[in-house]
Ligand binder design. Structure first.
Ligand code: DON
Length: 325
């Protein structure tokens, strides 16, 4: 970091000026008061709708944070690109995509539907993420017990986050499991269609999916996770190559086309950056080769995306022209 600073070789050379502009967007988005905090489990419903955090980590490790950046929240669906990344990194895309497709479904994230090949449409939907859980349990180091597999995957995700905050929220996990009729239905449906790898156990697989949704991060650690993706799999904080560049490319491709539920097409059109949102109000946004951005604010729009996070992303690309095209 220091030698780059002396040579003025940072990817964002005028960082102080940049952060001033980010603060402007943040203050603007903070005033928005639309959206509804998820209420399907009490642990999510309790969050104050005013909470709003933005955190930035560049590929050369410059950091900037605003708002409630240290408050923990569960990753929910923003864990999906990362469990998929671990699958790819361990097994390669050919094996992984025997079980899951690459198409946006055009349907709700939890709809009972499979693609023309009888696979989940993509790994960022519930069905596809339940498949990632199955792949991790039954194809990646299958000799490991559930407890060891949990450690293995959370350690991977923690390294993607540069060793920064990653925890587990047991009450969210228990509540998710109690409120999961649709996920059970999806899993039975996929099992009926012979989607799963050999060794599949329905309860173990769903538990593992709920556990990955219940992993806790904060906005700062989520920004580092995004930055590791922006940096081709090398964590900018630790310099460890956690993910192979080819795994990262596949993850970013699908985040670009499928990361924002039924808003993915419009987000790709208007913002033009790979991203993934979750029902906790999280949004990880990646500017490839430049930075990862963590956004967190619990109120959601009707499609399930964080209202302030989406608005921030729109104003951000308007100001800096980071749209990929
Ligand atoms: O699987 C579920 O229903 C919850 N854990 C929701 C996760 C989420 O963020 C919405 N999904 N795509």
């Amino acid at each position: 970091l220091l030698s780059k600073a002396f040579k003025n070789q940072f990817v964002i050379p005028e960082f102080a000026h940049f952060t001033k502009q980010i603060r402007g967007i943040y203050n603007h988005c903070k005033n928005i008061d639309t959206g509804k905090v998820a209420s399907y489990i009490p642990q999510l419903a309790r969050y104050d709708p005013k909470l709003f955090a933005v955190s930035i980590c560049t590929v050369d490790g410059q950091r900037f944070s605003l708002g409630d950046v240290e408050m923990p929240f569960t990753m929910q669906s923003s864990s999906k690109p990362f469990t998929y990344a671990v699958c790819l990194n361990q097994l390669g895309r050919d094996i992984v995509h025997n079980y899951v497709g690459q198409e946006p479904s055009g349907r709700m994230f939890n709809e009972l539907t499979l693609d023309n090949n009888n696979k989940p449409h993509n790994p960022l939907l519930n069905s596809g993420a339940i498949m990632s859980a199955a792949i991790l349990l039954y194809l990646v180091n299958p000799e490991m017990k559930m407890s060891e597999k949990f450690d293995f995957v959370s350690d991977y995700i923690k390294r993607i986050a540069g060793g920064e905050f990653l925890s587990f929220n047991n009450s969210v996990f228990l509540s998710e499991r109690e409120t999961a009729d649709r996920n059970y239905a999806l899993t039975y449906y996929m099992n009926e269609n012979k989607c799963f790898p050999k060794g599949f156990n329905l309860q173990d697989c769903l538990d593992f999916y709920f556990q990955t949704c219940s992993m806790e991060v904060n906005c700062d650690s989520m920004a580092v996770m995004g930055a590791t993706l922006a940096n081709g799999g090398v964590c900018p904080i630790t310099n460890e190559e956690v993910l192979k560049p080819e795994s990262v490319r596949d993850v970013l491709s699908l985040m670009h086309s499928c990361g924002m539920y039924n808003y993915s097409g419009q987000f790709a059109f208007n913002v033009g950056l790979p991203s993934k949102s979750g029902v906790s109000g999280s949004l990880v946004l990646v500017v490839p080769n430049v930075m990862g951005i963590g956004l967190w604010s619990p109120p959601l729009d009707s499609l399930g995306n964080t209202v302030r996070g989406v608005q921030f992303a729109k104003e951000f690309v308007k100001l800096f022209n980071f749209h990929r095209f």
